[in-house]
Ligand binder design. Structure first.
Ligand code: PXP
Length: 243
């Protein structure tokens, strides 16, 4: 069964809308753990639009499950990761003008910088995952860099508007998942997953971890954080697709 990494960035997004102290993502992390989260994921962006350095520092001391830090490959961000020492760093692409992470990291184009980030993180004893599109060339490039895990970008699947396209994008994910498994990397997936579309992805062979943020935080506003996490975990364990 896939484990659940809860991305709490959007709790910080609400706080930053008023530049105040609430809601505190550190509290959300504790409630997510009480709801059954297997990992807490945060993205410290270079523009600090949601998660702040203080959040990451406190989370490192308080999170009891796996702490997964999403980071750009920029050397200043890798400096922070090496100092904080999360359990895992997921390298992601980052553009200041984007609303959220768009597309996976282009490991082919940014091979040298990615390799350097991976080397530094490994030297600091931190496991590395690469957030990549479910495409053979990117997966091959990730395998070449000897990272521990690959997180397949589920965005194209999530935004598919017809059954046929959704099916095709799921086939892409399934093929990508198979390549990742065959290369003996840990398999993860995420982006745009919701209570309606999560089950087919959770049921892909060998799926190790799903990272889900926006949908869980959105539900948490209405039903509470722990309950929202519990509901997502129970959907991930269902064996039949009721969507
Ligand atoms: N995985 C990665 C690498 C991401 O960058 C994000 C978005 O921050 C997510 C998963 C979660 O995406 P969403 O908020 O759409 O669930």
């Amino acid at each position: 069964m896939a484990t659940l990494g809860v991305n709490i960035d959007h709790v910080a997004t609400i706080r930053q809308a008023r530049r105040t102290v609430e809601p505190d993502p550190v509290w959300a992390a504790a409630l997510a753990e009480l709801g059954g989260a297997d990992a807490i994921t945060v993205h410290l962006r270079e523009d600090r639009r949601h998660i702040q350095d203080r959040d990451l520092e406190v989370l490192r001391r308080t999170v009891q499950v796996k702490l997964n830090l999403e980071s750009a490959i920029a050397s200043g961000m890798i400096d922070i990761a090496c100092r904080i020492k999360p359990d895992q760093v997921t390298l992601v692409p980052e553009r200041r003008e984007e609303i959220t992470t768009e597309g996976g990291l282009d490991v082919l184009t940014h091979r040298a910088a990615t390799a350097e980030a991976v080397r530094r993180l490994h030297d600091a004893g931190i496991a590395v995952s690469l957030f990549i599109d479910p495409c053979a060339r990117q997966i091959d490039a990730a395998v070449d860099l000897a990272v521990e895990a690959a997180e397949l970008h589920t965005g194209a699947y999530a935004v598919a508007t017809t059954e046929a396209t959704r099916h095709d994008r799921l086939v892409d994910l399934s093929r990508g998942a198979q390549m990742v498994r065959q290369a003996k990397l840990q398999l993860a997936a995420g982006h745009g997953l919701t209570y309606r579309n999560v089950m087919p992805v959770a049921r892909l062979d060998g799926m190790g971890e799903l990272n889900i943020g926006h949908s869980i935080v959105s539900r948490a506003v209405l039903v509470g954080f722990s309950q929202a996490v519990r509901e997502m975990k129970s959907l991930m364990t269902l064996m039949t697709d009721r969507t």
